[in-house]
Design a protein around this ligand. Structure first.
Ligand code: SMG
Ligand code: MG
Length: 370
């Protein structure tokens, strides 16, 4: 197959309510889409980069720039030798920029699979038709607000709750949620690197609550620090930001720093690398689950396919479209019995609804081979 043109779309998608983490509070999700036009058909992907380099070093405009200046020209230059499996090796020379790389690889993979009539789920080796859904709950202004939100999500049927934490919003909110909703609630926390090696005693106090895991408590680069913390506390350490490749996953597991892994395809450079992380984790008896970057339907569909692989034994952040959006960019994903159906159609299995996409689009440009 051959890449003929790429449309880069920027969307501003309003959220139903503010989503606050230890690093930001957003009311609008700014999204970059990669729409690949190939000789065998089109493909779609949503880039995971945030507006600001706050979750990782990547950001929205940076991803668009590196795609235009360096990544897309090399993919165009493959000519007829293009296939999704060739994208990562071709772009390997470019350091980092995994979210941008993931976006072009995924758009090409979608086109390739649509043309072959194969779903992303079957390409990845998925074994489930539906996946259990968790929900990520942001930092709130008050405990009342927190309990109201958690109660609402549980009433909708979500099977596990993840609380965002930061210094000053940790022990008390977790205690309240545990005491209010009981010992059977599957409960975990995510610090997005908000703590340091000086906070180990504070983090150890969270052992009181029988959490499923604590996600990324300290710096992305501090894998050894996570290993030390894992040896110090009972709560399993789950790495998110730190795991940027299958090689890093292997090392983190060997060091004892990753007792559980959150796999986000955008963070690691795509679905093919995600499958490798899944495989290395399964081989080492490390449970994995699928994280999220507030994807709209295009990205959510692909994440659900990944989450249907056998090693994904914990509920993911793969919640319903209605968790964040009044109106999604595709047919919405809905929660049924706490689960979401995995798309079965070719490629990612969903199509953008053009009128809705147009209403969110703030800019659009075409990139072609020189
Ligand atoms: O897609 O539901 C989602 C987001 C889940 O909490 C979530 N993601 O570190 O895991 C994480 C965060 C990153 C959010 S960046 C705004
Ligand atoms: Mg996280």
């Amino acid at each position: 197959m051959k890449l003929e043109a790429v449309e880069l779309l920027r969307l501003n998608v309003p959220l139903k309510g503010a989503f606050r983490t230890s690093f930001s509070s957003i009311n609008t999700h700014q999204v970059l889409w990669v729409h690949a036009i190939t000789d065998v058909g089109e493909g779609w992907a949503e880039c995971g980069a945030n507006e600001r380099p706050d979750y990782s070093s990547e950001f929205h405009h940076g991803a668009a720039t590196v795609l235009k200046e360096f990544l897309l020209p090399d993919v165009f230059a493959l000519g007829d030798d293009l296939n999704a499996e060739a994208v990562a090796p071709t772009l390997h020379w470019a350091k980092g920029h995994r979210m941008a790389k993931a976006a072009i690889e995924t758009a090409v993979l979608d086109a390739q699979l649509r043309a072959a009539g194969v779903s992303l789920a079957s390409y990845l080796g998925a074994t489930k038709a539906r996946v259990p859904a968790g929900v990520s709950v942001g930092i709130m202004n008050s405990f009342d607000e927190l309990l109201t939100h958690v109660e609402g999500y549980l009433a909708e049927g979500y099977l596990r709750i993840k609380l965002k934490i930061e210094p000053g919003w940790d022990y008390e909110p977790v205690r309240l949620v545990r005491e209010t909703f009981g010992d059977d609630l599957l409960l975990q926390v995510d610090a997005n690197t908000a703590y340091t090696r000086d906070d180990f005693d504070l983090l150890k106090r969270l052992d009181d609550f029988n959490l499923l895991l604590i996600e990324q408590p300290i710096e992305e680069e501090d894998i050894l620090g996570h290993a030390k913390l894992a040896a110090y506390i009972e709560t399993p350490i789950c790495l998110d930001e730190s795991i940027v490749s299958a090689d890093i996953a292997r090392d983190a597991i060997e060091l004892g720093a990753a007792e559980i892994i959150n796999i986000k395809p955008s963070r690691v450079g795509g679905y093919i690398e995600s499958r490798k992380i899944h495989d290395v984790s399964v081989a080492n008896n490390i449970p994995v689950w699928c994280g999220g970057m507030l994807e709209t339907g295009i990205g959510r569909a692909a994440n659900l396919a990944l989450a249907a692989m056998p090693g994904f034994t914990l509920p993911g952040d793969t919640s319903a479209s209605s968790r964040y959006f009044e109106v999604d960019t595709t047919e919405p994903f809905v929660l049924r019995d706490g689960h979401i159906d995995v798309p079965t159609g070719p490629g990612i299995g969903v199509d953008p609804i053009r009128e809705i996409v147009d209403s969110y689009t703030v800019s659009q440009e075409w990139v072609r081979a020189l």
